[in-house]
Design a protein around this ligand. Structure first.
Ligand SMILES: Cc1cc2nc3c(=O)[nH]c(=O)nc-3n(C[C@H](O)[C@H](O)[C@H](O)COP(=O)(O)OP(=O)(O)OC[C@H]3O[C@@H](n4cnc5c(N)ncnc54)[C@H](O)[C@@H]3O)c2cc1C
Length: 389
């Protein structure tokens, strides 16, 4: 197997000894499942009770996984990562809001990050979450083709207007815009909206990117149908491919409500589905751009190999690799050192509001087989390398 991801000197070139020790300590904590479960419950309680836990959260998970509280805080991290060729995607990670004012705040923040991206080579994409712009229940009702009340229709028109505004600004400023995917029961309405935006703003190249969660067994077919539509209507497809972050929630809901789970039968089936969709997109690069959002080494190798086989330049701007800040630096920094396009999501926002994102990261690192132990093994190797062992 290709081993470019094992070069820990490159992977941790930006980390001081102290930062490396802190990362080791953090992943050791996260590796402990009961501790994460208790820690999550206690933190959720403390936040709801307005207890002053910000300091503790900042000193532990926040600073490791986030760029700061504001977009300006992130700039020093953006610049630092870019010295090693790793780009950033500023991700306003405030989640779970339900008020119009909060949706407008997310809209304004997304517009600001588009402006930031326009001015900086180190920030090649902007990003937003559909539920940042509207209530999840509303997406669900629209997706299920239910009849909306007049006030719901007004509310939905505002969601459409927010999508329209960010996509038209991204197009005007020539900044590619990633749109995250979330729970399957809200996704149909979001997919229809994003497709409309692609049809409108991706006439010359991929500016608007949707996201496909390949843990869903129906997504490759969805991609193929979208491809037919894109050919017929003359637009480019921009797609971020991920495995998906809501698996437990999806399975629980399907079981509770008695419908077949939208999730693949096994991890292996998800892996195959993921690699097959990457393959499909690379086969059709004439009309598609792909952002491979993954921490999976095999999927990343397989994309590298595919590019080599097809003689695609490493820095072809239709192919990007993406990881999350604070995770899998061995993949990001080694890819960049070899000349591939890499961007890391750099979350920011008030400490309390970023908690759902942080909890997902802690749970993911606890539950994903091998992920944390891989991080620990790599950090240990680098510590030993620096000590000359
Ligand atoms: C840049 C970037 C952007 C992202 N954007 C989004 C987004 O918009 N929406 C979103 O939902 N997630 C997003 N994610 C998170 C992503 O979906 C995964 O949760 C995370 O990356 C872990 O998957 P992996 O590909 O790194 O690989 P791995 O660690 O190899 O795979 C773990 C994943 O496999 C799947 N899986 C695990 N067990 C099973 C099983 N028994 N059966 C079926 N499938 C299984 C799950 O999806 C799990 O998360 C993003 C990740 C990155 C790096």
């Amino acid at each position: 197997m290709n081993t470019i991801f094992n070069d820990t000197k490159v992977a941790f070139s930006l980390k001081s000894d102290t930062e490396l020790d802190r990362a080791y300590f953090l992943f050791k904590l996260i590796d402990n499942q009961p501790l994460v479960r208790i820690g999550t419950a206690v933190t959720n309680f403390a936040i709801k009770a307005h207890l002053p836990v910000e300091g503790l959260i900042r000193a532990t998970v926040f600073d490791h996984f986030c760029g700061g509280v504001t977009e300006d805080d992130c700039l020093s991290v953006v610049d630092k990562m870019f010295t090693k060729g790793v780009s950033s995607v500023l991700d306003y990670s405030v989640e779970g809001k339900e008020e119009e004012e909060q949706f407008d705040a997310a809209l304004n923040m997304t517009l600001k990050t588009i402006e930031f991206a326009k001015e900086r080579k180190a920030i090649p994409f902007a990003v937003f979450k559909p539920t940042g712009f509207g209530r999840i229940d509303l997406y669900e009702r629209v997706g299920a083709k239910e009849t909306l009340t007049p006030s719901e229709q007004t509310e939905w028109n505002k969601v459409i207007a927010r999508f329209e505004l960010v996509c038209s600004e991204a197009h005007k400023k020539n900044v590619a815009l990633l749109i995250d995917a979330e729970e399957s029961w809200m996704q149909d309405a979001a997919d229809d909206l994003v497709t409309e935006m692609m049809c409108k703003y991706n006439k010359e190249k991929a500016i608007v990117f949707n996201t496909l969660q390949m843990y869903r067994w129906d997504r490759l077919d969805y991609l193929k149908k979208l491809h037919e539509k894109a050919k017929a209507e003359g637009f480019y497809i921009g797609m971020k491919l991920v495995r998906g972050a809501y698996m437990e929630k999806e399975n629980e809901r399907a079981q509770e409500k008695g419908y077949p789970s939208p999730i693949c039968v096994s991890k292996e089936a998800t892996d195959e589905n993921y690699d097959a969709s990457v393959h499909y997109m690379v086969e059709h690069l004439d009309t598609m751009s792909v952002f491979a959002g993954t921490h999976n080494e095999l999927s990343s190798y397989s994309l590298i190999e595919l590019m080599q086989q097809k003689g695609i330049a490493k820095n072809d701007d239709r192919i990007w690799f993406g990881q999350l800040y604070g995770m899998s630096d061995n993949i990001s920094y080694n890819l960049a050192a070899h000349g591939f396009n890499v961007a890391k999501y750099l979350p920011f926002g008030p400490v309390r509001d970023v908690m759902p994102y942080l909890i997902r990261r802690a749970e993911e690192n606890t539950s994903v087989a091998g992920q944390t132990s891989r991080e620990l093994k790599l950090i240990k190797a680098e510590r030993n390398r620096r000590k000359g062992k």
